[in-house]
Ligand binder design. Sequence first.
Ligand SMILES: NC(=O)C1=CN([C@@H]2O[C@H](COP(=O)(O)OP(=O)(O)OC[C@H]3O[C@@H](n4cnc5c(N)ncnc54)[C@H](OP(=O)(O)O)[C@@H]3O)[C@@H](O)[C@H]2O)[C@@H](O)CC1
Ligand SMILES: Nc1ncnc2c1ncn2[C@@H]1O[C@H](COP(=O)(O)OP(=O)(O)O)[C@@H](O)[C@H]1O
Ligand SMILES: [K+]
Length: 513
Amino acid sequence: MTGHGLRPATAVLTVAAVRRAEAAAMAELPEGALMQRAATALAVVAGSMLREICGRVTGSRVVLLVGAGDNGGDALYAGARLAARGARVDALLVADRHHVGGADALRRNGGRVQVVALGDLVAAELVARADLVVDGILGIGGRGALREPAAWLAAVARETDVAVLAVDLPSGVDADTGAVADADAVVHADRTVAFGCLKAGLLLGDGALRTGELAVVDIGLSFDDVATSELVVRIDDDSAAPLLAGPGARDDKYTRGVVGVSAGSEAYPGAAVLATAGARHGLAGYVRYAGHAHEQVVAHWPDVVARPGRVADAGRTQCWVVGSGRGLDEDARGAVLDAAALDVPLLLDADALTLMADDADVRAAVVARSGVTVLTPHAGEFARLAGVPVGEDRVAAVRSLAADLGAVVLLKGSATVVAAPDGHAYVAASAPPELATAGSGDVLAGLLGSLLAHHEAHAPLDPARAALLAAVAAHVHGAAGAVAADDGRTVTALDVAAALPAAVARVRRSSPE
Ligand SMILES: NC(=O)C1=CN([C@@H]2O[C@H](COP(=O)(O)OP(=O)(O)OC[C@H]3O[C@@H](n4cnc5c(N)ncnc54)[C@H](OP(=O)(O)O)[C@@H]3O)[C@@H](O)[C@H]2O)[C@@H](O)CC1
Ligand SMILES: Nc1ncnc2c1ncn2[C@@H]1O[C@H](COP(=O)(O)OP(=O)(O)O)[C@@H](O)[C@H]1O
Ligand SMILES: [K+]
């Protein structure tokens, strides 16, 4: 696959891929054109922040933190535009070199430029009294923690709580992973303007916590030649909507797909209720349940066909979901092995993943499957399956486990990362933290199984499509969390499930460009 057809807001590129896309665009354009596009967009966002903060641009105080490279150049040219509109702009140079053309442009428009040394009180005062600080210290050329005096000025900005706009990436965040080498030497942005595309560091890890509100501007980069291994596709409403289409007039409950759920146990009946709650709203026309909590399931959801007994005897489905609260006993093991032996898509969650990690026969049966397998670990389950912790590079870790096990892997977290064995990767990154509540993962498992069954009923799934659907399910789950948390409400897993119809409706309403 290539990135053909992707929008800047959905294309997450590695730094290496950004550099190549940038070089290809520059070869077609007059010198400096890309930087001018970036600076223009940056000045527009800075202007709107200034209007929010002090009502107008004229007379506002803007401080640019300027590093050695083009990230600083972007800040300087944007500063020149703001100065031309009457802002008082000071550029603080924090490196031993800077973008000379940008500094000249700023001076020509009435801005001031000065070199800063560590502890320079005049500089600290400028930062503390600014209406807006523009962070042009480091972009995709940054490596590791900020050096001095940049680290010190970033700390002054944090301590004085001045509004900060990051250029392309908050400085001190690793663009490809989101790792922050030193929490004391990083910029904490209120807003970030990313140029051309997203970078994983804006969405994942500690970087996501430093990015603030994120805007992605189109500067004309093409994604057509980006390799699968260098691309992660971010799912948003526009990309999810086409996969959530409603049934047609000729559909019946079977043509919409049948999903089977084997979750919960005598000890954990709630997981069965939650997983089936998710399955009821994932587009399948029919939800079967096979397991020990059948009475509780029917008591909650009379529309679910719930029986005790084995997965193998439960009837035809287009996908099985096995694991959430299912337990680790011989009976649970039998449920995983029964489902693994069928050639329909299989989703394994929670206890099923622990069984897979601990029992070589279960693992071998899952790895040997011909049908599509989807695994939905949280970080702890991931570490058990992989034998090593997730680490800082979540995308690489998920791709690697997916390739090793020949399965789609969905790694849960504040951002959810999905990869197929062939390297296709996706991220769903708009879930609110209220989703971090017991049982919300069970709802996701049911929702995704239902979506897989629905699409399998229309055309046999391949792993790359299953990975896309997994990310769509995580996106809808996140949207349901947002609906449930609206107006400051507290959220339980059952509230997330109850919000799924509204979340699906919200996503369906979005109209792709
Ligand atoms: N992609 C695009 O299409 C477009 C990109 N554009 C912009 O270009 C930006 C990339 O610019 P860039 O390549 O000049 O690198 P940048 O991030 O400014 O770093 C500069 C230098 O900083 C240094 N340095 C490294 N780590 C450090 C540390 N921890 N602490 C202190 N210093 C450190 C290191 O130099 P060194 O120390 O190795 O000598 C490095 O070379 C990009 O993010 C975007 O804003 C737009 O203009 C137009 C379109
Ligand atoms: N900080 C967070 N922000 C947004 N979503 C989160 C956050 N933490 C966890 N989540 C989401 O909440 C769900 C929790 O699932 P899981 O860990 O399996 O819990 P459980 O096993 O109790 O159901 C996942 O979908 C995960 O992506
Ligand atoms: K920056």
